[in-house]
Design a protein around this ligand. Sequence first.
Ligand SMILES: Cc1cc2nc3c(=O)[nH]c(=O)nc-3n(C[C@H](O)[C@H](O)[C@H](O)COP(=O)(O)O)c2cc1C
Length: 188
Amino acid sequence: MGDASARKTLIFNGSPRRQGDTAALIRALTEGLAGEYRVVDCYRADISPCVDCRACRKEKKCVLRDGMQEIYPYIEACGNIVIASPIYYAELTGKLLDIASRFQVYYSARAFRNEDPGIRPKKGGVILAGGGDGDPKRPYATAKILLRQLNVREIFPLVCSHRTNDLPAGEDGEALSKVRELAAFLNT
Ligand SMILES: Cc1cc2nc3c(=O)[nH]c(=O)nc-3n(C[C@H](O)[C@H](O)[C@H](O)COP(=O)(O)O)c2cc1C
């Protein structure tokens, strides 16, 4: 895989709001990215959750024929992955976790087929938006587990706009500046 793939960034957007806080932070990120990027809109993608059919314990693919089939090659080839989500009840959103359950094919490769899942080593980041309740530690920890499933070796410190009830993320100067730092980290 050449350098062009190393610069590709895959972004999982776990928000239902097209012009929401997560969207504003993703926009700032993509403005700073040097390479190609692709955003998976978890609320609108035609991707079902894993049903634990266990076929991937025996064969190297997911039997569910849906939008995830074109995301798998991108996951395997790209150089960067970012998980971006609003915080819902101190977690990533359910739709994002539904899609992330499809990463099970990679777990199965390692755990049941004794194979390398064939994912290029990557850098990654986590972007969260929250109204202001609770602690972002738990969704950040979940996102890091998911990124590691995808062979993300270096994870940038959490970027979080966590007072969106009072200040929209698009006006949160501190969070926006962290997003720009994340873009710079992913570009190198
Ligand atoms: C069902 C639901 C649960 C939420 N739970 C939390 C929470 O636990 N902590 C928090 O800070 N904000 C919580 N929020 C607020 C959102 O995280 C916040 O409004 C966020 O900025 C929305 O981002 P978006 O515009 O990208 O969708 C919740 C919102 C909803 C709808």
